[in-house]
Write a protein that binds this ligand. Structure first.
Ligand code: NAD
Length: 478
């Protein structure tokens, strides 16, 4: 059966790269080509333009929303604000969302949005106009809604933009009880969820911890098991990069390098995250940071410095055939979407490196977005109903044990045992469990078939199977 046009692969296409990874993995499944083609292709691509007033004139803004797969509803995916955004990129990111949701068992189809602007060049008022108009265009075409398609933050967007989207949607849908579930990544005051902002970075750090804790896998690369002493370089000090560094340090790793678009810094004994962050905020650059031993005006050189783990957390196409020979890391944790091209990935695999694939590595964000959506639909914060009940039950138990044994706990011990879970604790627990389970699910798929050449292929095999089962159960496929 012929492939659909949008599934045609090309050397320079990000969507083509995703399809290339997909096709490589599909050979390890037994689904008919027609079904694979349905899974691989983007179902709906909405490209639109709208004008905004700017200065004394007008400017036309290019924008997209792509819904890759409707095997589950709603579809879900972030909105990227970048002057580099294009249709191919949004399609690729939407496809990755489908596979990502399947891997972490989040019941959504994949989607993605893009607005072709450099947000740094617009005033807050202009950004609000653009975001609200973008939302209205989605509403007009039924491309947004708590049961239809639920956007989230991505590169260049955050809580502020999500608030504007929620408010616009609510205004246009008066009386819709679940309206706030139309978007996730909202601030807490607007029914967001505790822990969402840091979720992606936290998930990335957990994925790395799971990987390095397996002694057998580390031994093959000449590394010891455990996070302690692992030297890490992170590219991107945005939402994902910042939180990845924060939790990696908390888990015992040493962050030796940080790369931003203006340059990179390196210190073999470790960099202090808060000091680097403050320095950049004060001076507008990470260069000139007093705690760095070396600095590079060409940021890409930072990726090539000595380390055990490299975490690209900025944009796609950062590890390519032109720089892969100089990459020293043995583990690549893809916090960004699509940072490694298929050709570079092949070189790294042949070298015996482990690539923790984007579709799993950065899935913490969508996992906690799922929790936020559930919270919005249930209209109650997690823990609100049972926290006090749990504490009272624990207190009764402690009192009984103390009475029976004659042992008295001190105040710290008592409060540790008695304490009921807060929303943040429940979210972090759900996130950690999801990341740990999914890592082992993927690794088990890899271990079960020696021909499966890495975690990415295993992740694709696992998600293709899950999406295929959904389609077959729906009766779309006989
Ligand atoms: P962000 O806008 O908060 O941060 C990105 C950072 O990368 C910025 O500080 C930017 O200056 C820096 N950067 C840009 N170009 C660079 C370059 N060439 N070299 C070094 N640094 C560069 O974006 P984010 O939300 O942190 O997203 C980063 C990546 O993670 C994207 O690929 C995104 O799709 C992916 N991701 C984000 C989330 C999320 O929850 N935010 C979830 C999943 C995946």
């Amino acid at each position: 059966m012929a492939k659909s046009i949008d599934a045609a692969h090309s050397d320079t296409s990000f969507f083509g790269d995703v399809c290339q990874f997909f096709d490589h993995a599909a050979q390890f499944t037994s689904h008919p080509e027609g079904l694979l083609d349905q899974i691989r292709s983007c179902n709906s691509v909405y490209r639109f333009r709208f004008p905004i007033r700017r200065g004394n004139g007008f400017e036309v803004i290019d924008a997209w929303r792509v819904e890759h797969s409707h095997h589950k509803s709603p579809t879900k995916g972030g909105i990227r604000y970048s002057e580099m955004v294009n249709e191919d990129e949004v399609m690729a990111l939407a496809a990755l969302m489908t596979y990502k949701c399947a891997i972490v068992n989040v019941p959504f189809g994949g989607a993605k949005g893009g607005i072709k602007i450099n947000p740094k060049e617009y005033t807050t008022a202009e950004l609000e106009t653009i975001t609200r108009r973008y939302t209205v265009e989605l509403i007009k075409k039924n491309f947004i809604g708590p049961a239809i398609d639920v956007p989230a933050p991505d590169y260049g967007s955050g809580e502020r933009e999500m608030s504007w989207i929620a408010d616009t949607y609510q205004t246009m849908n008066p009386g819709q009880l679940d309206a706030l579930g139309c978007v996730t990544g909202k601030p807490l005051a607007l029914h967001g969820i505790a822990g969402r902002k840091e979720a992606t970075g936290r998930g990335v750090a957990i994925s790395i911890r799971e990987c390095v804790d397996i002694a057998e896998d580390m031994k093959k690369m000449g590394l010891t098991a455990g996070m302690s002493g692992k030297r890490v370089i992170v590219q991107g000090l945005g939402n994902v990069g910042y939180h990845t560094i924060k939790y990696l340090i908390e888990f015992g790793a040493t962050v030796v390098g940080i790369c931003e678009y203006e340059g990179a810094i390196y210190n073999s004994s470790g960099l202090n995250l808060d000091e680097v962050f403050t320095h950049r905020k004060m001076t507008g650059s990470i260069l000139g940071f007093p705690g760095a031993q070396k600095e590079f005006k060409n940021s890409a050189e930072g990726l090539e410095q000595d380390c055990d783990i490299l975490v690209p957390a900025a944009l796609e196409n950062q590890i390519t055939i032109s720089n892969v020979a100089n990459i020293k890391a043995k583990i690549i944790a893809e916090a960004a979407n699509g940072p490694t091209t298929p050709e570079a990935a092949e070189v790294l695999m042949n070298r015996g490196c482990i690539i923790i694939p984007d579709m799993y590595c950065n899935a913490g964000g969508v996992t906690v977005s799922y929790f936020e959506w559930l919270k919005n639909l249930s209209h109650v914060a997690f823990g609100r109903m049972d926290k006090r009940y749990e504490e009272n039950a624990n207190l009764n138990l402690v009192n009984m044990v103390e009475k029976t044994t004659g042992v008295t706990l001190d105040a710290v011990q008592r409060s540790l045992i008695i304490k009921g879970a807060t929303e943040l604790e429940l979210v972090n627990s759900g996130l950690e469990d999801t990341m740990i389970r999914s890592y082992h699910e993927i690794r088990d798929v890899q271990m079960a078939n020696p021909k499966i050449d890495g975690l990415r292929t295993a992740a694709f095999v696992s998600s293709i199977d899950k999406v295929a089962i959904s389609y077959m159960n729906m009766g779309i496929w006989p």
